[in-house]
Design a protein around this ligand. Structure first.
Ligand SMILES: [Fe+2]
Ligand SMILES: [Fe+2]
Length: 135
């Protein structure tokens, strides 16, 4: 079962952001499933690494849009991206160093963080971008 599911409620009204969120959710679910199914460690490592890289690239998409359109809350939003990056990096390190982590807890954190961030912070950004004519 996926830890996180996409629904229209999560749409921020900007196509490129929605598409990347869907992809990120897919990747979190894949990595999470690999833990649940006790797949090879190598598989989990790759999935976590891919998820981490994708999150970074997604954040830079949003950061670029915020800069380009002079988003007033850019700093606070960027700081949240940074906090998530730190947490995901910690997970990446734990997994790659073969440390006995409790990945399920970490995935729960990532999934909850993403949902909360999309519903509050990204939706606000989406509204602002819509007003600037970005859809
Ligand atoms: Fe986002
Ligand atoms: Fe964001």
């Amino acid at each position: 079962m996926p830890i996180l599911e996409w629904s229209e409620d999560l749409s921020v009204g900007v196509r490129v952001i929605d598409t990347e969120h869907m992809q990120l959710i897919n990747m979190i679910n894949k990595a999470y499933d690999s833990v649940k199914n006790m797949e090879e460690e190598k598989v989990l490592k790759e999935l976590v690494k891919d998820m981490y890289d994708y999150a970074l690239s997604h954040f830079s998409t949003e950061d670029r849009l915020m800069e380009k359109h002079g988003y007033p809350a850019l700093e606070g939003h960027g700081k949240m991206h940074h906090d998530f990056t730190m947490k995901a990096e910690a997970l990446n390190l734990l997994v790659t160093s073969g440390n006995p982590v409790e990945p399920v807890k970490v995935f729960k954190y990532l999934a909850d963080w993403l949902t909360d961030h999309i519903l509050k912070t990204d939706k606000e950004l989406g509204k602002f971008l819509n007003e600037k004519g970005v859809e």
